[in-house]
Design a protein around this ligand. Structure first.
Ligand SMILES: [Zn+2]
Length: 295
């Protein structure tokens, strides 16, 4: 393993780091990784972690290749329905900020979201570091997709990072670059898992959204606020992603009780997802959150 260790908290530079828990990579390597918390600012992160040039192999799994529309099983259909519902829901969220304009999707994967927004009358730009996904996205929307942020010299009304920031090694540099790509009154949407959610507390080291070592950072509302303040931006609104509680609970059940039948998994995950959302609703502390950010 080619691991690198952070000696200081990347948010506040404190060297006082404490162990929180050890989580396992259930999807590819079956290796275990330490998760640490900064004693000063409470930021939680995977440490040590694979270096940027060594993490590629941890993405070599079927679960990280986007589902196609070809599946005929009931779960494939549920997946496609949930995905289409989520695409329309994200479109409405974006359009609450403005009706149309120029949008950059960072980590666009195979391009489902930019494809959807293009048909919804937005001018879209995509960035995706993984070559195979990038090529698919490019074919889908008949446009060039950028391989990195450095090659983009344009400013956007809206920049979206749907479950992307937790994967990025260069946290500060990425946030700073995104800020520089945003128009003065533009909006950034950052969706990330929330390790303070009720489902995270129930499943603990089996919580699927730790997803080590691919998730390098584990955000909460407090630490996201800290990160945005550090870069001179502000969180205008926080929106829960309620479907994630069900999806994450389903995976977590599988990790925690590998012998359990998929029917039992599904029933327990549905109950847990429901309970988790209900408990989270008062404080908006759901399994995954979307932060709506302004300069
Ligand atoms: Zn810190």
């Amino acid at each position: 393993m080619n691991l690198e260790t952070l000696t200081h908290c990347p948010l506040c530079e404190s060297s006082e780091l404490t162990n929180v828990l050890v989580a396992k990579d259930y999807t590819t390597s079956q290796e275990s990784f330490q998760i640490q918390r900064c004693a000063n600012c409470q930021f939680v992160f995977t440490n040590p972690r694979p270096a940027a040039n060594a993490i590629g192999k941890y993405y070599q799994s079927d679960s990280y290749i986007s589902h196609t529309d070809g599946g005929k099983g009931i779960l494939d259909r549920v997946y496609v329905m949930a995905r289409n519902f989520t695409l329309r829901w994200k479109e409405r969220l974006v359009k609450k900020q403005q009706a149309h304009g120029e949008l950059l999707d960072v980590g666009c994967g195979t391009g489902e979201f930019i494809n959807h927004m293009k048909t919804a009358d937005w001018q879209v730009t995509g960035m995706e570091p993984t070559e195979t996904a990038r090529e698919k996205a490019s074919q889908k929307i008949q446009q060039r997709i950028h391989a990195d942020l450095e090659s983009i010299n344009h400013r956007f009304d809206v920049i979206t990072l749907w479950h992307v920031l937790e994967h990025v090694h260069e946290l500060d540099a990425t946030v700073e670059k995104i800020k520089s790509l945003l128009k003065e009154n533009g909006t950034i949407f950052i969706a990330v898992p929330n390790h303070e959610s009720p489902d995270a507390k129930v499943y603990q080291s089996h919580w699927a959204a730790y997803d080590v070592p691919r998730h390098l950072w584990h955000f909460s509302k407090t630490t996201m606020q800290y990160l945005m303040n550090k870069h001179g931006m502000k969180i205008n609104e926080i929106v829960p992603m309620k479907l994630d509680a069900y999806y994450v609970s389903l995976l977590s059940e599988k990790y925690r009780f590998p012998e359990q039948s998929s029917l039992v998994n599904m029933i327990k995950a549905t109950l847990q997802g429901f309970t988790s959302n209900r408990k989270a609703s008062k404080e908006i502390n759901h399994s995954s959150l979307i932060y709506i950010i302004k300069k």
